[in-house]
Design a protein around this ligand. Structure first.
Ligand code: NIG
Ligand code: FE
Length: 389
């Protein structure tokens, strides 16, 4: 599958030349230019897609929240658990108590679910440390997951994810700490590719997020936002006003927010795993995104609270079945538009000359099967920068 005008951008009977980890040429085999390849691989008619890109995860964390899952199944709402000091704060406690090596090890276990479903690029957020030492620990762990897990990792600073208990009486001091100290320190250590925040009544206000985003811009860092997930709080419009790469979740965004996202070129990152696990009923406004030309990406949101989903093909399936994306939209959302949500459009996300040779080779007869099966292992091979992993 490549950029093009056929359904799925498909090239039948295609060929590809890879040099120095990048795609040097891709097209119909009949047009293959003369070359001096040192190694030839036959894929026996299998489908090749760009390596899938999981553009929204919280893959690094300590513990898990299956005890809260049990409570939520009896009808206790996510917000209530959060207000009682559970939720993100309970994962914060477990993450603070876990050393960097153990964080890397458990993230690598979960990563296997992603790489086995064709992922070559994964975004990983901080946001369960919520103090200087532990936010930095999470980001260092995330970088190591890239080196040790055979994936490209983009890191995101999510210091404004929840207010930690020690700051409950002094919110302003927490904002100062994260915005003035921890973000700049993490950036100086080369640990931050993007900046995110959780904008929601149970988390941070638009004004607080705007202050963080102003600092991100001053540091030259792109931003994205957990926006309008549980309520319409103007998150889509806020993300757009700050030229965010993406606004994520966005189940409750209104048409003005969608229009603002379209004008700003912000990607809508759809997270059907969280929607399913929270037993949400309000669907993201997919038709509005289509009508306004907002690009839609699909990601797992892998996290211990709202989306214990570590399979990219499961996310694709849910995007189609629950959110009514077409399989082609879902696959574009896990490749080209996911790359855009990470600011990686020039490097990854499509099969085109000059891009990284990040490839997934599949045992399927039709691309729609990547969205159709749930739990069936479909991956034949995974290539990162032209190297078989
Ligand atoms: O993407 N919405 C905020 N952040 C996560 C949930 C994190 C958690 O509950 O641990 C999300 O859904
Ligand atoms: Fe999230």
């Amino acid at each position: 599958m490549a950029e093009g005008e056929t359904p799925y951008g498909a090239i039948q009977d295609g060929a590809m030349l890879v040099r120095d980890g990048r795609i040097a040429w891709v097209g119909p085999r009949a047009d293959l230019p003369a070359h001096d390849a040192v190694e030839t691989r036959r894929l026996d008619g299998r489908w090749v897609t760009p390596g899938l890109i999981d553009c929204h995860t919280h893959l690094v964390f300590g513990g898990n929240r299956s005890h809260e899952f049990e409570r939520r199944l009896t009808g206790v709402p996510y917000e209530q658990i959060a207000r009682e000091g559970g939720g993100i704060v309970s994962t914060m406690t477990a993450t603070r108590a876990t050393g960097e090596d153990a964080l890397v090890a458990s993230a690598l276990d979960r990563l296997r679910g992603l790489t086995d479903t064709g992922v070559t690029t994964v975004e990983i957020k901080s946001g369960y440390g919520l103090d200087a030492a532990n936010e930095l620990k999470m980001l260092r762990a995330a970088r190591r997951v890239g080196g040790e897990g055979g994936v490209r990792v983009s890191t995101t600073f999510l210091g404004l994810h929840a207010l930690p208990p020690e700051h409950r009486a002094d919110r302003a001091a927490y904002l100062d700490l994260m915005i003035d100290d921890v973000l700049p320190a993490a950036h100086a250590e080369g640990l931050v590719d993007m900046v995110d925040a959780y904008c929601e009544p149970i988390a941070f206000t638009r004004e607080e997020v705007a202050r963080l985003f102003d600092r991100a811009r001053a540091l030259g860092l792109p931003v994205k936002l957990h926006a309008d997930q549980l309520s319409n709080g103007g998150g889509g419009a806020l993300a757009a006003a700050h030229r965010a790469l993406s606004a994520d979740h966005v189940e409750h965004v209104d048409e003005a927010g969608v229009a603002a996202m379209a004008a700003a070129g912000a990607v809508a990152v759809l997270l059907p795993g969280a929607w399913l696990m929270l037993r949400e009923t309000v669907l993201p406004p997919v038709d509005l995104f289509r009508r306004h030309g907002v690009r839609m990406a699909v990601a797992t949101d892998c996290n211990p609270g709202t989306s214990p989903v570590a399979s990219m093909t499961a996310a694709l399936n849910l995007a189609c079945v629950q959110f009514r994306l077409t399989p082609e939209e879902a696959l574009v959302g896990a490749t080209r538009h996911a790359a855009a949500a990470l600011g990686l459009s020039s490097a990854a996300g499509t099969l085109a000359a000059g891009k990284a040779a990040d490839l997934a080779v599949w045992n399927v007869e039709r691309p729609a099967e990547l969205c159709y099966w749930m739990g069936l292992p479909l991956l034949h091979q995974r290539w990162l920068n032209g190297i078989l992993r």
